[in-house]
Design a protein around this ligand. Structure first.
Ligand code: NZQ
Ligand code: ZN
Length: 386
């Protein structure tokens, strides 16, 4: 296990009725609130009305319409509103897209240049407006972490930025808010949670036993509860377990003490940058292809661990057979949750693969991944997804 620093800065208010604490949480920072949200799901399911009722004593300015894969234009508009209305605190109600956009708005508020600079150069981030979130989808872990991912469709770039100052102060997690999620978002969100865990599970660092056991538990949680949540959207237990898994998968707990770059995420970000696809769908397609590509004498033992401890497969003499069974199980699981299994199904062909492979290697530092990759490797992984 490597040296690490771990902090869980975010206050989590988990469960039914926790939203009643919202006024108290916001009041610490001031009266002027920027309320951010997406394309309208919070209006359909009643969360918006509830929030507005609770915020009667506050001055609320709204930034609506934040897109999935949030765009830099939304960030710029948010910064403009914050400056015009002297905003004290940002309240993000939604998923990773709304929360990420809000984080970068909060950071860009204190930055004199263009907001895109702090996406490409995270070291420019200094002070950040306080962020409070109300989570409506289990997926990114943004409700409890320092990351934000913003897309610039002009340059076909989808880039992650990060700062501990962007970590939300408080996140309200009520599993009931996920009852209205479409099945495909439940599935994609779960694939995202699983990918966050897998990116850290498959790393070169030896002896991070506790992190790996936590990771296996989170993966088993996703495998158990995603199908239940799809079948019974208002199953509280399923939603609650997925929601908490989302936060724990990417709040530093699984990744601390383990080095190395991630692999599937940088590749998926290239797909979204060119084709604006759903993050978790891209990950579910790439992951089995990546696993098959990197399976070798050097990695097979880790896949055996994955097969036995996550999928409950029985140990066997032929380690490669077992590893391949686990990879097949992974792929079959995503398909059973209703996620397309090929890029072709999303209308994506190989025409941009060379650009995407170059950029994934460059921005994702893929040479330092579990199995280091060059652009030609990424191209093959993508071709195998067609
Ligand atoms: O926009 P609305 O109308 O709210 O609809 C959303 C959106 O269409 C809908 N939705 C959310 N909650 C709902 C709901 N519909 C009905 N009922 C509800 N309760 O779901 C759709 C997806 O929302 P989005 O916020 O885009 O999902 P997600 O949380 O998966 O966020 C994806 C973004 O986060 C980035 C991704 O790249 C992508 O841009 N990531 C952020 C990370 C982070 N900050 O740490 C890490 C991740 O790896 C990821 O890269
Ligand atoms: Zn992700």
């Amino acid at each position: 296990m490597e040296n690490f620093k771990f902090n869980a800065y975010t206050e989590i208010l988990f469960g039914r009725d926790q939203i009643d604490n919202l006024p108290k949480s916001l009041a610490v920072y001031g009266k002027n609130v920027l309320l951010t949200y997406g394309g309208g799901s919070i209006k359909k399911n009643g969360i918006y009305t509830k929030v507005m009722d609770l915020l009667k004593g506050f001055n609320v300015v709204e930034l609506a319409g934040i897109e999935p894969n949030p765009k830099i234009e939304s960030v710029r508009e948010g910064v403009r509103l914050c400056r015009e209305h002297q905003i004290d605190v940002i309240l993000a109600v939604g998923g990773g897209s709304t929360i990420d956009c809000s984080k970068v708005i909060g950071a860009a508020y204190y930055y004199e240049g263009d907001a895109w600079d702090i996406v490409t150069t995270p070291s420019l981030i200094d002070k950040v407006l306080p962020i409070i979130t109300i989570l409506t989808i289990a997926a990114t872990g943004s409700e409890m972490n320092k990351n934000a991912v913003i897309t610039n469709m002009q340059t076909n770039e989808k880039l992650g930025t990060a700062s501990t100052n962007m970590i939300p102060q408080t996140s309200i997690l009520n599993p009931e808010y996920m009852f209205t999620l479409p099945a495909i978002q439940t599935a994609a969100g779960t694939a995202d949670i699983m990918s966050h865990v897998l990116e850290n599970y498959f790393q070169k660092t030896e002896g991070a036993f506790v992190q790996d056991k936590i990771s296996e538990g989170l993966l088993k949680t996703c495998i158990k509860y995603c199908p239940i949540a799809i079948k019974e959207p208002d199953n509280y237990e399923a939603r609650a377990n997925l929601m908490w898994a989302s936060s724990l998968a990417l709040n530093g707990l699984c990744g601390c003490g383990k080095g190395g770059s991630w692999t599937c995420h940088p590749i998926e970000h290239e797909l979204s940058a060119y084709y604006d696809i759903t993050h978790g769908v891209g990950l579910a397609i790439i992951t089995p292809s990546w696993m098959r590509y990197i399976l070798s004498d050097q990695t097979v033992d880790k896949f055996v661990e994955y097969a036995v401890n996550v999928w409950g497969l029985s140990p066997m003499e032929d380690k490669f057979k077992l590893a391949n069974q686990a990879i097949n199980k992974t792929e079959e699981f995503f398909i059973s949750c209703g996620i397309p299994s090929t890029l072709t199904e999303l209308g994506i062909d190989a025409s941009k693969f060379d650009f995407m492979a170059e950029k994934a290697v460059k921005f994702g530092y893929l040479k330092y991944a579990y199995v280091g990759l060059e652009p030609a490797d990424v191209r093959t992984i993508l071709e195998n997804c067609l």
